[in-house]
Design a protein around this ligand. Structure first.
Ligand code: PFF
Length: 520
């Protein structure tokens, strides 16, 4: 074996390893704190229809495309796109940059959740969870005002150590590799998450007032369906929810063996993700119903999504449960941690595999270099009183522009510019899958998926240009919001120039043939 032999691309030990990892990526914080709120805001029970239509007409078709690209070329995102046409390598590097930015802030939210597992015992937030979270815990109130409002670089120890711990866990999993690290951790965390979450939901629906919450969640507002915003919310949510367009699914599918039932795997992943999401809606709204009853207010008064739901509303609810709330809190925040770790691992695997493929370096070097570097920046930036502002701004820009544009570019490439590829991919997937794809899939990819992404992108961009984002100063939004998008662009332009292993060793051909033979 040549020097490249030590760099043979590792595979999942079985298809189940891939499915667990793909479910682990898809089931993340978004399922727990995003879906229930988005559904409630957009027609409640009636939202399920646009949601299912978006899943079938855009989410699954794009998921299949990601799988096929990864499986056919068996390379990380940049080198897979490069196989389609040389210039397309940049699309993959754009996705790599997007993943790096997500990794930066996602770890910090996970660290908060981990701290709240501990805070749940004895309900450390006491009478005022909102004040505790923003002022005592995140210390956002210590920030000065002015054009640099919100920026502080002083490290807060109680934020620092949990982020370091999260990164140590994630980097260890990544260091252990595909089979022993990613596959095993998902095979442990996902079943554990399912069991804990089921206990949580069953406890929630048995609380007094739970039915009022479920009524509020499921009562359909059919009128909402005539609003384009509801459809946009459904399409916008489904890409994020399935983790498509990030390069994650391309990367994970590249570790599959030759003969794998790709479409059936995609359906299993989609079904598991949506079922989890629905279960989260039931659990969250049952709990909110209970809280509304305790406070004597309508459910609409207590509904929130995102960070506010997890770190302000849930602690209030836990307090209303008395001392039994400690366990409820511990369960809820542990679920956030387990769901989040597997998603963070998936998002960091994208840059790591890209660097290994491109430069031919050892996996360990890439994990320590790229993963360690991201961990360092993440720890330094997000252990400060600016953490909340940075999470909010970067998350908004990266998800609404970064992810959407990455997904759109990959579709425009395959379904518009290189249309002949679609028939080639259809033959590729149908030769190994039980559920066959055909013209319908191709048309969905050529029309529905790109149009929904274009509309979402145009509307978000025009809103950002006209109204800015949140109450943050312009300087902060420019630096961290548009600045992150600019960094992704720079990465997409410059990273293709990284020395390719072919140039470095002159043995790209032997590396490829070793990879191919390994897969036979
Ligand atoms: N599907 C994931 C979620 O719902 O949270 C999306 C995701 C976010 C995946 C962040 C990976 C990640 F790091």
């Amino acid at each position: 074996m040549s020097a490249a032999g030590s760099n043979v691309r590792e595979n999942w030990s079985a298809r189940s390893g891939f499915i667990f990892a793909a479910v682990g990526s898809a089931v993340g914080l978004g399922n727990i704190w995003r879906f229930p709120y988005v559904a409630y805001e957009n027609g409640g029970g009636a939202f399920l229809l646009p949601y299912l239509i978006a899943l079938v007409t855009a989410g699954l078709p794009l998921l299949f495309l990601d799988y096929i690209v990864g499986h056919k070329y068996r390379r990380s995102a940049p080198l897979s796109y490069q196989q389609i046409t040389a210039k397309a390598e940049s699309i993959g590097w754009w996705q790599v940059m997007v993943c790096l930015f997500i990794g930066l802030y996602y770890a910090s939210v996970l660290a908060w959740a981990a701290s709240y597992v501990y805070f749940s015992f004895g309900q450390k937030w006491q009478a005022d969870p909102e004040n505790f979270f923003t002022n005592q815990y995140l210390q956002s109130n210590t920030l000065q005002s002015g054009s640099s409002a919100g920026l502080s670089l002083d490290i807060i120890p109680h934020l620092f150590f949990p982020i370091v711990a999260m990164w140590l866990i994630v980097l260890t999993i990544l260091l252990l590799g595909i089979k022993r690290g990613i596959e095993w951790s998902n095979k442990i965390f996902i079943p554990l998450l399912m069991v804990l979450f089921l206990i949580l939901v069953v406890t929630a629906v048995r609380l007094p007032g739970a039915m009022t919450g479920l009524d509020a969640f499921f009562t359909p507002n059919w009128q909402a369906m005539s609003s384009y915003k509801v459809w946009l919310a459904a399409y916008g949510h489904i890409f994020f929810s399935l983790s498509v367009g990030f390069g994650i699914m391309v990367t994970y599918a590249s570790y599959l063996g030759k003969k794998v039932n790709l479409t059936a795997s995609g359906l299993v992943v989609g079904l598991a993700n949506s079922s989890f999401e629905l279960l989260a809606g039931i659990g969250v709204f049952a709990a909110l119903g209970f809280m509304a009853q305790v406070q004597g207010v309508p459910v609409s008064d207590v509904v929130k999504g995102g960070i506010g739901l997890a770190f302000i509303v849930f602690p209030k609810l836990i307090s209303s449960l008395g001392s039994g709330g400690d366990w409820f809190g511990c369960l809820f925040f542990s679920c956030l941690v387990f769901a989040g770790i597997t998603s963070l691992v998936s998002v960091m695997e994208v840059p790591i595999s890209a660097i290994v493929d491109k430069t031919g370096c050892q996996r360990k070097t890439a994990v320590l270099g790229v993963g360690g570097g991201t961990a360092l920046v993440s720890t330094l930036l997000f252990s400060t009183a600016s953490a909340m502002m940075l999470v909010d701004i970067i998350d908004h820009f990266i998800n609404n522009i970064g992810v959407v544009l990455g997904a759109l570019l990959s579709i425009v490439l395959v379904a518009w510019l290189m249309r002949s590829k679609l028939s080639e991919y259809t033959r590729h997937v149908n030769a190994i899958s039980s559920i066959k794809l055909g013209k319908v899939w191709q048309i969905l990819l050529m029309v529905v998926t790109p149009l929904s992404l274009i509309v979402a992108l145009v509307l978000t961009m025009s809103e950002l240009f006209s109204a800015g984002y949140g109450d943050y100063s312009r300087a902060m939004v420019m630096t961290f919001g548009w600045g992150s998008v600019l960094c992704c662009l720079l990465g997409a332009i410059l990273l293709p120039y990284l020395p390719h292993q072919k140039n470095k060793r002159g043995d790209a051909k032997s590396t490829t043939s070793i990879r191919e033979s390994h897969h036979e």
